[in-house]
Design a protein around this ligand. Structure first.
Ligand SMILES: NC(=O)c1ccc[n+]([C@@H]2O[C@H](COP(=O)([O-])OP(=O)(O)OC[C@H]3O[C@@H](n4cnc5c(N)ncnc54)[C@H](OP(=O)(O)O)[C@@H]3O)[C@@H](O)[C@H]2O)c1
Length: 352
C-alpha cells in the first residue's frame, strides 16, 4: 500500500474481519486490550470492566471473532480471572465468539515489581498450565512471550509453544515487541500469527523495518498503545493526577516539557478531528486501522463509554486528504520522549 492510499475501515469491512497473518485467525478489526482493567493505569472498577467486556463481545457480529488481549502478569492473574468471569457470565454465543491472546514470561515480586523474563521451555509449560486454569478454558488462542528472555534463544521459547499447539492447548503462536531478526528466527521454527507491538501516530518505529519484515513473512500486527496509553486520546489533560504505580507517572512521554509538546500535537490533531466531525481518539484509531488490513488495533478501553467511542472509529473512512491532514498535525517522529523508561527500553528486542 502506498503512503497516501486509503483503505476501507468502515462497518462493511468490520463484518469480514481482519486475518492475523497468513496462518492466524480472522478477528474483529478492533481487539480489546484488557490490561488497564487490572493494572498500570490506576484503579479500575471491576463491575464496569466486566460490563465493558460484555459490551465488546456484544459488538462483535455473529460469524466474527472477538479478540481479548491479556497477560498472566497483568495484576498477577487478576486480568485472566476477570476475563474468566466476563466469559462465564456472557451469553453462550458471545462466549463462543471470543478468542484469548495471552502474554506470559514476566517475573514478578509480591510487592508488584518486575524482575525479568523467563522463556525456558519448562517455564512456558508452567505459565501455560496456570493461565488455562485461571481463564477456565481448555486452550489459549494466541500465546506469546511478553519480552524475549535474553538467556533463552527465541527458537526454544517458540518451540515450546509449538509443542503446546501440537498438544491442543494453544491454537496460534504470537510474538511481542521483537525486531525483524527475531521475527525471522521465530518464523523459521513455527508459523507465527501476529506480532504485538506498539504502533500509533506517535510511535511509528515499526514502519521502517519491522512492519515490512512481518508482511514479507505473512505475520499480522496486533497494535497496542494506539492512543499512546491515553496521551493522544483527547481525554488526557496537563493537570491530570496519576495514582501511585500508574505507568504514565514513569513514562518519559508524560513528563514535564515532553508532556507539553506531546499535548500540543494532540491539539493539532483535535483540529483535524473536529473538521471531520469525529473525536481525537477516533481519528487516532482510524489512522491505525488505515495502515493496512493486516493490522488489528487493541484498544485499552475499560469503560463502556470509552469502548463506544473506540468502536466508532470503525465507521470512519479516511480519504487521502484526511490522512495528509493527520500526518501534518502529527508528523512521524514528532513525539517527545521515548515510549518506555530506559530500564524497560533495554528489554525491547524491537529497539535493538
Ligand atoms: N505487548 C506489549 O508489550 C503490550 C504493552 C502494553 C499494552 N499491551 C496490550 O495492549 C492493550 C492496549 O494498550 P493500552 O491500554 O496502553 O492502549 P491505549 O488504548 O493506547 O490506552 C488506553 C488508555 O487510553 C485511555 N482512553 C481514552 N479514551 C479512550 C477510548 N475511547 N478508548 C480506549 N481507551 C481510551 C484509557 O482511558 P481511561 O484512563 O479513561 O480508562 C486508557 O487509559 C493493553 O490492554 C494490553 O492488552 C501490550
Amino acid at each position: 500500500m502506498t503512503k497516501n492510499e486509503s483503505i476501507d475501515t468502515t462497518t462493511a469491512a468490520a463484518t469480514t474481519g481482519r486475518r492475523l497473518g497468513s496462518t492466524g485467525p480472522s478477528v474483529f478489526p478492533l481487539g480489546l486490550g484488557c490490561m488497564g482493567m487490572s493494572a498500570l493505569y490506576g484503579e479500575a472498577d471491576r463491575s464496569e470492566s466486566v460490563a465493558t467486556l460484555h459490551a465488546y463481545l456484544d459488538a462483535v457480529p455473529e460469524g466474527a471473532h472477538a479478540l481479548l488481549d491479556t497477560g498472566d502478569f497483568y495484576g498477577m492473574g487478576h486480568n485472566e480471572l476477570l476475563i474468566n468471569e466476563a466469559l462465564r457470565t456472557a451469553p453462550a454465543a458471545a462466549r463462543d465468539r471470543a478468542l484469548t491472546s495471552v502474554k506470559f514470561g514476566a517475573l514478578r515480586t509480591v510487592e508488584g515489581g518486575f524482575t525479568g523474563y523467563d522463556g525456558r521451555p519448562e517455564a512456558v509449560r508452567n505459565f501455560l498450565a496456570y493461565s488455562l486454569q485461571r481463564l477456565g478454558r481448555d486452550h489459549i488462542d494466541i500465546y506469546r512471550i511478553a519480552r524475549v528472555d535474553p538467556d533463552v534463544p527465541i527458537e526454544e521459547t517458540v518451540g515450546a509453544i509449538a509443542e503446546a499447539v501440537q498438544a491442543g492447548h494453544v491454537r496460534h503462536i504470537g510474538l511481542s515487541e521483537v525486531g525483524a531478526d527475531t521475527l525471522r528466527r521465530a518464523a523459521a521454527v513455527a508459523p507465527i500469527s501476529d506480532l504485538q507491538i506498539e504502533y500509533s501516530l506517535i510511535s511509528r518505529g515499526i514502519e521502517e523495518k519491522i512492519l515490512p519484515t512481518a508482511r514479507e513473512l505473512g505475520i499480522g500486527i496486533t497494535a497496542y498503545g494506539v492512543l499512546s496509553r491515553g496521551l493522544i486520546s483527547g481525554h488526557f489533560s496537563r493537570d491530570r493526577a496519576l495514582a501511585p504505580g500508574d505507568f504514565r507517572g514513569m513514562s518519559p512521554r508524560f513528563q514535564g516539557e515532553n508532556l507539553e509538546r506531546n499535548l500540543d500535537l494532540v491539539d493539532a490533531l483535535r483540529k483535524v478531528a473536529e473538521d471531520k466531525g469525529v473525536s481525537v481518539a477516533q481519528a487516532a484509531i482510524a489512522w491505525v486501522l488505515s495502515r493496512g488490513v493486516d493490522i488489528v488495533p487493541l484498544v485499552g478501553a475499560r469503560r463502556r463509554d470509552r469502548l463506544a467511542e473506540a468502536l466508532g472509529a470503525m465507521d470512519i473512512a479516511l480519504s487521502p486528504a484526511d490522512l495528509a491532514a493527520i500526518e501534518e498535525a502529527v508528523p512521524a517522529g514528532a513525539a517527545s520522549g521515548e515510549r518506555y523508561p530506559a530500564a524497560q527500553m533495554a528489554h525491547l528486542d524491537s529497539e535493538h
